[in-house]
Design a protein around this ligand. Structure first.
Ligand code: SF4
Length: 520
């Protein structure tokens, strides 16, 4: 393939030195003092009895306020990761980077955004799955290598990262982080291909697993998805205006990021596709042979926002269908349907519509729980859950309640919620879950506890019911879930956490154990 104009290799490709930039990284502070982010309060603040998505990515090409648009998009994607965030920008010549630990609002203010000028930007918000949670592993990762300056941000999990890293170590590569993302950077730096798009394609062919990534060079944006399309990545456009004569091309993990910046959804980046946006326009190529699609079904169950389009389908529609299907499969005689907020709300609406049982908000979520709090010395039972959820007694008292939630991971939170609803006077508590039992960890970019900690991997549904103290418990069937998300034949969704059958070869499961296992 002929090189893209301006992308020809101008230097010898012999050196494999990769120099990371950290000068503009900082710890987000609370009134000038380092933020106290201990494991305990972090866990309380981030619902440890849920599976966690670990990253959101965004890219903006051709807008005078690119980093501001990236910042706003990261706000919309904050649910995909709350541990660190960053933006890298280009003014056409220089790449600049600003990243830190904490929420997007902790890290960016007007001064910080002024440090990332230019009309091109990529952004990232992170919840770690591989590598520890240090600032070092916050993204974007920015390097200078034989291919020039590159910044990269990635959502997913590279399942052969350790294998490749060991090979690269032997060949003399020096890694600066423990993140699997850096593996891609080193592969690009070492590639024998003569243009950057070819070097990126070459590198992506060598990594396995799940990745949706965005890359920035001084004058281009690259966006790519793994050949199985595990994680979402969408492309959109902000139309040209009288003040700004060219269209702005945008990429994001979810379409909810587009709404805030006035971008229109155009399409998904397809599995195995590499999209290149530069002065010559938008180009696309497939870097890999077609493989069976395995998009993460849990994006529809829980991770993605209900106002997003994911894998070409409205998440709200899927969750409503899950609730309806659950009501058909596992009906119960009850007085009210109560969602576990926020993620159980849409499925509860579907369940209520289908069953004819009225929906009531019997649990109220406190949205303003900060990251640090001091627990009273006299221990409060179920403190972590009570901090976030409070029962509405006059709604629950004397009622037969159907509680709708999207998953049970360890079972500890469900147990506390059932107890809370009973303590508020409910006569009966029936739990309905809008997906099948989670029996296997995820190795494709979702933070899951080990199999020993997954309650459904070790107990029957009846034993789980007894453990959480509910009067009845039922999960949505796998067939019901696939129907609710509109899955086709052959299937296009990954369902490995419900079946234990993984769509790719999994290398050394223990070594790529999810981040939560590291800290537990
Ligand atoms: S294993 Fe589960 S969480 Fe992981 S990608 Fe597959 S469906 Fe999604």
């Amino acid at each position: 393939m002929a090189p893209h104009p301006g992308l020809e290799n101008r230097e010898a490709w012999g050196t494999h030195k990769v120099i990371p930039y950290f000068e503009d990284c900082f710890e987000a502070t609370d009134q000038g003092k380092p933020m106290q982010l201990t494991t305990d309060n972090w866990r309380l603040a981030t619902d440890t009895d849920k599976l966690h998505e670990e990253c959101g990515v965004v890219a903006i090409y051709g807008h005078p306020e690119a980093s501001k648009l990236a910042y706003l998009s990261l706000y919309a994607l904050q649910h995909r990761g709350q541990e660190s965030a960053g933006i890298a920008s280009s003014d056409g010549e220089q790449l600049r980077l600003h990243k830190g630990m904490g929420l997007v609002s902790d890290i960016f203010n007007a001064d910080a955004l002024a440090r990332v000028p230019g009309s091109l930007a990529i952004g990232h918000t992170r919840y770690s799955t591989t590598g520890n949670s240090a600032l070092l592993n916050a993204q974007p990762i920015m390097v200078e290598c034989s291919k020039g300056k590159i910044a990269l941000a990635h959502n997913g999990n590279i399942t052969n990262a350790l294998e490749i890293r060991a090979q690269l170590d032997q060949q003399g590569s020096i890694f600066q982080t423990t993140s699997d993302t850096e593996v891609i950077v080193h592969l690009i730096a070492r590639s024998r291909e003569h243009t950057l798009p070819d070097a990126i394609a070459d590198s992506l062919r060598r990594v396995e697993g799940a990745f949706s990534l965005v890359m920035l060079t001084p004058d281009r944006i690259f966006a790519a998805r793994d050949p199985r399309g595990f994680r979402p990545l969408v492309m959109g456009k902000i139309p040209a205006t009288a003040a700004h004569h060219a269209d702005t091309v945008v990429f994001a993990s979810e379409t909810c990021a587009f709404d805030l910046i006035g971008a229109a959804y155009e399409r998904e980046v397809k599995p195995g596709e590499l999209v290149i946006v530069g002065p010559e326009g938008v180009h696309s190529r497939f870097y890999s042979a077609q493989q069976p699609q395995s998009s993460c079904i849990f994006e529809h169950v829980y991770f993605s926002r209900p106002d997003s389009m994911v894998f070409g389908r409205a998440v709200q529609e899927s969750r409503d269908a899950m609730g309806r299907q659950l009501a058909l499969e596992s009906p119960v005689i009850a007085d009210i349907v109560v969602p576990v907020p926020d993620s159980g709300v849409t499925a509860a609406m579907g369940f209520a519509h289908e069953s004819g049982i009225p929906l009531q908000f019997g649990l109220i979520r406190n949205h303003y729980v900060g990251r640090t709090f001091i627990e009273p010395e006299q221990r409060v039972r179920d403190f972590g859950v009570k901090l976030k959820l409070n029962p509405v007694r006059n709604v629950l008292s004397g009622k037969r309640v159907v509680l709708i939630d999207d998953s049970i991971v360890r079972g500890t939170t469900s147990k506390k919620i059932v107890r809370m609803v009973r303590d508020a006077g409910a006569k009966e508590v029936h739990m309905r879950i809008s997906c099948p039992p989670t029996i296997s960890p995820c190795y494709y970019g979702v933070d899951t506890p080990s199999k020993e900690q997954l309650i459904a991997a070790n107990k029957s549904v009846e034993d789980i019911r007894a453990y959480i103290g509910a009067d009845s418990l039922a999960y949505l069937s796998l067939e019901g879930l696939r129907k609710a998300v509109g899955d086709s034949d052959p299937p296009v969704y990954c369902i490995a956490c419900y079946t234990g059958k993984y769509p790719t070869k999994i290398v050394d499961v223990e070594e790529i154990a999810p981040a939560m296992a590291e800290t537990s």
